[in-house]
Design a protein around this ligand. Structure first.
Ligand SMILES: [Zn+2]
Length: 292
């Protein structure tokens, strides 16, 4: 079977709303087509990249990442938002890393992208656990690189890792007692937020008209701009579950009390929410820090 036939079959087999494959599903597909894991990844890139929401650039980017512990595949596409600056965008590599974070993955061992990763994403990858062992597979060239091939003399302050739950968020957080299940859902993500510079962990919780809830944690880069805000991470989780922005009914932001003097996610979250769900009010809940 030719490569293109495999890609076309995969387009029919894998629903547009599916953004990850378990290791068992991967093994079923490699056995079915008699191909290696790396060949399957290359076939999947074209399946995934057409899902990009690139309303401004019209540049479709797809990415596949393999979880270090689970060997699950995580899919990523670029997200741009109508009426918003490109600074609010999510790169395809960030999408799959945010999804892996939501799924509890602690590292990525291989990533393939439809284009060479941009400098911004090379930095983001550099902040993952064991980033020196990440392999980068370029489908058009069928070549593998290490991250250090693409990012020599990397900027790294040794502050921890974006996806390493054991190293995140040294602060012990608490929130006022509440029965609100969306607050509880978002609070779990705030505990896994990574904010090495600002010490301002935060998270966003989203509830849909169906009652389903999704959340995302702030993932801060030591190179500032690649940082991924909590609403974007929550939206990745929402999209990866086949949901639409139009279904959003309620959004909450959890961040530290203003008395801590930390940078706030409120205004950027508010601005993006106006674009994707203009009738939804942004609710805020304050986190505080336990002394010990
Ligand atoms: Zn990028």
């Amino acid at each position: 079977m030719s490569d293109s036939k495999v890609t076309n079959e995969l387009k029919n087999i894998i629903p547009d709303t599916k953004y990850y494959l378990t290791n068992d599903e991967v093994n079923t597909l490699t056995t079915k087509y008699g191909i290696s894991t790396e060949q399957l990844i290359i076939e999947l890139i074209d399946v995934v990249k057409v899902r990009a929401k690139c309303v401004t650039s019209k540049c479709y980017v797809g990415a596949i990442g393999v979880g270090r512990q689970t060997k699950n595949f995580y899919f990523g596409v670029n997200l741009e938002f109508s009426g918003q600056t490109l600074a609010q965008s999510v790169h395809a590599e960030q999408f799959l890393i945010a999804l892996a974070h939501c799924k509890g993955e602690e590292g990525i061992e291989l990533i393939s992208v439809s284009h060479f990763p941009c400098g911004h994403c090379r930095q983001f990858l550099n902040e993952l656990y064991q980033s020196d062992k990440i392999k980068i597979l370029l489908p058009n060239e069928q070549l593998q690189y290490s991250l250090s091939d693409l990012l020599p003399y990397a900027f790294n302050l040794g502050t921890g890792y974006l996806l390493s739950f054991s190293s995140v968020n040294k602060l012990k957080l608490k929130i006022e007692s509440t029965e609100d299940p969306l607050v509880h859902c978002a609070f779990k993500f705030a505990l896994n937020s990574y904010a090495p510079y600002s010490n301002s962990p935060s998270s966003v919780g989203i509830q849909l008209d169906t009652g389903e809830m999704f959340a995302g944690a702030y993932l801060e880069s030591v190179a500032y701009n690649p940082s991924l805000p909590p609403l974007q991470v929550a939206l990745v989780h929402l999209i990866a579950n086949g949901k639409e922005y139009e279904q959003i009914k309620r959004v909450i932001l959890l961040e530290l009390e203003s008395s801590y003097g930390c940078p706030s996610q409120f205004y950027s979250t508010f601005a993006l929410l106006r674009s994707i769900a203009p009738n939804v009010t942004l609710e805020t809940y304050e986190l505080s820090v336990l002394n010990n």
